[in-house]
Design a binder for this molecule. Structure first.
Ligand code: SF4
Length: 377
């Protein structure tokens, strides 16, 4: 099972597609080391995210606590404080680190509202590489503003020896946003095809399966059904900064329990968790984020292996690309069927001086997540 620990909602970025930064938590209300110590061993991927996890003063202690509990421990960061990760990577070189990067300097800094963000995170990832980090990379949220640069970012990462994880615009309680929509779904989707073929040309099997994951992103962008059903609450879960455990980070009606008040086993075996899993089975959203897609692609029998469907797709199309042919996207994707969505303009917060306002005393879940409707179709 994969688990994401959303360690804080404090964030020093000002992204246009995620409003966590406008909804910060107070450090004293954030999930504690004591609570995290209740997690069992044996997770597949255990991701410490945020907000921005390097704003947690006890991040090193969190790493000490969680690293032994997972096959892969990951830290998802904006990369604006790489020096805070240096001692962690020196101690645990195999911790997977992903820095958010949204294109070239101008585009990335504009989308993320980060002054000098691009330069800081590129230099920071190189520093972690020199410190011995073995699984370092960038993460990019594909959107109208940066999709032209997608292949360039991939090639840049590859030349540097870094990975590239991709996702697309999403609405979710985690992002405090329910109006992320593409301006031109078809145009964005077509441009992802270039990344898929570039990944299939690579010599790394990891990239071939990322190519399939990006095929799923095309379906997501167009508003089609998921390639593989979602297994939220069973194969993955999220813990929010208030220690509430959720099946996923999208719908705020899929709670499972609270790790501060319950044990992990109580939560996973509770009636509430079972009820939530029933709702997941009927969920018609077409989410395809890294966590939801990666777990869906995994074999039920051997989690380190992919399911048959992605495996066959990869074998067929790797062979095709190796022979100098193109992937026949029209045989997989119905470009004639594009879901209509409203036009909601996004605006850069770079240099606007807009500040976060801490709202104290939010106790109930309704106060934590006032946006009620999240649609990803
Ligand atoms: S498909 Fe439904 S259950 Fe799965 S991540 Fe999306 S909203 Fe959650």
């Amino acid at each position: 099972m994969d688990l994401t620990v959303i360690s804080t909602f404090r964030c020093n970025s000002r992204c246009q597609m995620c409003y966590i930064w406008k909804n910060p938590t107070e450090p004293k209300e954030e999930v504690s080391l004591e609570t995290l110590s209740k997690l069992p061993d044996g997770f597949d991927n255990l991701n410490v995210s945020g907000g921005e996890p390097t704003l947690r003063k006890d991040l090193h202690e969190i790493a000490d606590l969680l690293h032994p509990k997972a096959r892969v421990m990951e830290i998802s960061s904006n990369g604006l404080h790489p020096e805070r990760l240096l001692p962690i990577i020196k101690k645990y070189p195999n911790i997977k680190v992903r820095f958010s990067l949204e294109g070239d300097q101008q585009t990335s800094d504009s989308i993320r509202g980060e002054k000098d963000g691009y330069a800081t995170k590129v230099a920071g990832l190189r520093m972690l590489r020199e410190a011995g980090g073995t699984d370092l990379g960038f993460a990019m949220v594909i959107q109208d503003e940066n999709v032209d640069q997608l292949v360039d970012v991939y090639e840049f990462a590859r030349r540097e020896g870094f990975e590239l994880a991709t996702s697309t615009l999403h609405n979710a309680w985690q992002f405090y946003k329910n109006d992320n929509y593409f301006y031109d779904r078809r145009a964005v989707a077509h441009k992802v095809e270039g990344l898929i073929e570039a990944m299939l040309r690579s010599n790394k099997p990891k990239n071939w399966f990322r190519a399939y994951l990006n095929l799923g992103l095309i379906e997501k962008i167009l508003g089609h059904d998921r390639l593989i059903p979602c297994s939220a609450g069973r194969d993955f879960a999220f813990i929010d900064p208030w220690s509430d455990v959720w099946a996923c980070n999208v719908r705020s009606d899929l709670p499972m329990g609270n790790l501060a008040r319950q044990s992990w086993d109580e939560i996973m075996n509770s009636d509430q968790a079972e009820h939530t899993r029933g709702k997941v089975a009927r969920c018609d959203q077409n989410c395809w984020m890294v966590t939801t897609a990666r777990t869906a692609m995994r074999s039920n029998l051997v989690p380190q292996m992919p399911k048959l469907e992605p495996m066959l797709w990869v074998l067929k199309n790797k062979l095709k690309v190796s022979m100098g042919k193109s992937v026949c996207f029209n045989s997989y994707i119905n470009y004639g069927d594009v879901r209509h969505s409203p036009l909601v303009k996004r605006a850069s917060y770079l240099g606007t001086g807009e500040k976060a306002h801490l709202v104290k005393g939010r106790v109930s879940v309704d106060e934590h997540y006032p946006l009620k409707t999240f649609v990803n179709n």
